[in-house]
Design a protein around this ligand. Structure first.
Ligand SMILES: Cc1cc2nc3c(=O)[nH]c(=O)nc-3n(C[C@H](O)[C@H](O)[C@H](O)COP(=O)(O)OP(=O)(O)OC[C@H]3O[C@@H](n4cnc5c(N)ncnc54)[C@H](O)[C@@H]3O)c2cc1C
Length: 479
């Protein structure tokens, strides 16, 4: 058994582990060891479907010390006029650069790809190379950082939870750009069924339509309709000030005036911050998926939608669902988008003795949350004070859950505002989406100052209404 030493062991070299390591390296002279089962940095981005992109502008994703993307706006396509969204390959390439040019180049980082952390043994942590089987016992002088809390499930690596009969053509979305090979073999499918209601299923349907598939050839199996965030409100360039800050003020006003959970979503839709694909159906799910209005328009072209609950089995000529059975043409291609990127995990203290469990500090900004946690690890004082600065924000697993997510975001912002050093760090951090946009406003710019004042007033009104919405959320979960 090999023996090694480090100050910090980070389990997981996905976006979370890398953002944490980057800030730790910037703020200390510690030695850091990253161990990951994947063969390359970037976690699930290595397994993503080829046409995946970020949901949000590249400008505030990745690690704090290195820009992602070119800062340009998309000149064409369904995101036209808005800040570019990095593609999956771009994100993977970026994380390679982070590892090589930033972390390994510091001389203070060891990286062990294709290695599995086995657990703590005799005060050390053991990991095993998946290639050689060689084991290493690592003595960790300071902390073990668990950067696997989110670990989203993606289609290429998950096992469907439904039965798949003989002869069924079922593929993950990763297979779609390779359909030309089926055409060459004379086996091109003429009918497509997309399974799933989340962002991956939305992306797969948009890809099929944009690639030229007639809308009538696509059927969508949607267990639950979903609310989606309007991407226009996530733009952080100065030219989008009105949409971004005005959108946040509108959002706060919706939280301030809503009388129930349903009323909240309808108000968010009315002010344009929330969208739905089918106006005839009231969504019952919200997992922070983000789309442009042009993408929503494209998705509305698909009219063949099955709403009979979850798929329980697929046969060559039929789909069995919780609430019914639907015939399909032989030779139909099923696209499995049922992997759940957001598995429920209960929040836990971030700082617990020798262990740090990186979680959301501000939803949905995972990269910002990880960098902030590293900063608090270094500068946040004792464990009690660190946990005071880092209460986890729950992911909205239910519609009502969004109220707790927003309450957590607002509480944390208030906590950080009271800590002058942390506030200063956040203001200069590239991963903080809107801080620089707000702090750069000219005092003499009356229109922008008025919007900021409105955001503040509505924010206070929203905070005052949160107890009522939380009571409504608790009643909704009890029902
Ligand atoms: C398609 C898609 C698009 C997304 N777009 C955005 C976006 O635009 N903006 C945003 O903020 N978020 C987005 N997200 C959310 C996403 O979850 C995060 O951005 C982020 O990539 C998650 O990174 P992670 O490091 O937490 O998890 P992962 O990428 O899953 O990394 C965890 C790593 O831990 C490793 N690991 C686990 N257990 C062990 C062990 N025992 N030993 C060794 N290694 C281990 C795994 O191999 C993995 O590499 C998106 C998610 C998906 C699925």
């Amino acid at each position: 058994m090999r023996q090694a030493e480090t100050d910090y062991l980070i389990i997981g070299a996905g976006a979370t582990g890398l953002a944490f390591a980057d800030t730790l390296i910037a703020e200390t002279d510690a030695h850091v060891t990253l161990v990951d089962r994947h063969g390359k940095p970037g976690g699930h981005w290595n397994d993503a479907y080829p046409f995946v992109t970020l949901h949000q502008p590249s400008a505030f994703y990745g690690v704090a010390s290195m820009e992602l993307g070119s800062g340009l706006k998309d000149p064409v396509g369904l995101n036209r006029g808005m800040a570019e969204l990095a593609s999956g390959p771009e994100v993977s390439g970026y994380f390679d650069r982070v590892m090589n040019h930033r972390l390994l180049a510091s001389g203070r980082v060891s990286y062990h790809p294709l290695s599995n952390v086995l657990g703590e043994v005799d005060g050390g942590v053991e990991f095993e190379s998946l290639l050689s089987g060689d084991r290493t016992r690592l003595a960790v002088r300071r902390k073990i950082v668990d950067a696997t809390y989110f670990s989203p499930e993606v289609p290429a690596t998950h096992t469907p939870a439904f039965a798949v009969g003989a002869g069924v053509r079922l593929v993950p979305p990763n297979a779609l750009p390779g359909l030309w090979q089926l055409a060459q073999a004379g086996a091109m499918p003429r009918r497509f069924v997309v399974l799933g209601a989340g962002k991956t299923a939305m992306d797969a349907r948009i890809w099929l339509l944009q690639a030229g598939t007639p809308a009538e050839a696509i059927r969508w199996v949607v267990p639950r309709d979903s609310w989606v965030i309007n991407r226009l409100g996530t733009q952080n360039g100065p030219e989008f000030f009105e949409q971004a800050i005005g959108g946040q003020a509108d959002q706060m006003q919706a939280f301030a005036e809503a009388e129930s959970i349903d009323d909240l979503y309808l108000r968010l839709e009315a002010c344009g911050t929330m969208l739905r694909i089918d106006r005839e159906h009231r969504p019952t799910m919200f997992h922070l998926a983000t789309l442009s209005e042009a993408e929503v328009e494209v998705l509305r072209r698909i009219r063949d939608v099955i709403r009979l609950g979850r798929v329980t089995a697929i046969e060559a000529s039929a789909i069995q669902l919780q609430h019914g059975r639907v015939a399909v043409e032989p030779g139909t291609l099923f696209i499995d988008c049922t992997a759940s990127a957001v598995r429920f995990k209960p929040p836990q203290p971030v700082f617990e003795g020798r262990r740090i469990t990186v979680q959301l500090m501000r939803a949905p900004h995972i990269a910002f949350s990880a960098a902030l946690t590293a900063y608090v690890e270094v500068h946040g004082g004792d464990e009690a004070q660190q946990n005071r600065l880092c209460p986890p924000v729950p992911f909205p697993h239910t519609m009502a859950g969004y109220v707790y997510t927003m309450a957590g975001n607002m509480r944390n912002q208030q906590l950080w505002n009271q800590d002058a050093t942390l506030r200063q760090w956040i203001r200069q951090c590239r991963l903080d989406a809107f801080g620089r946009l707000v702090s750069g406003v000219d005092k003499a710019d009356a229109a922008k100052q008025a919007l900021l004042a409105r955001l503040k007033t509505q924010g206070m009104a929203a905070a005052a209404n949160l107890p009522r919405l939380m009571a409504a959320a608790a009643a909704a979960s009890a029902a």
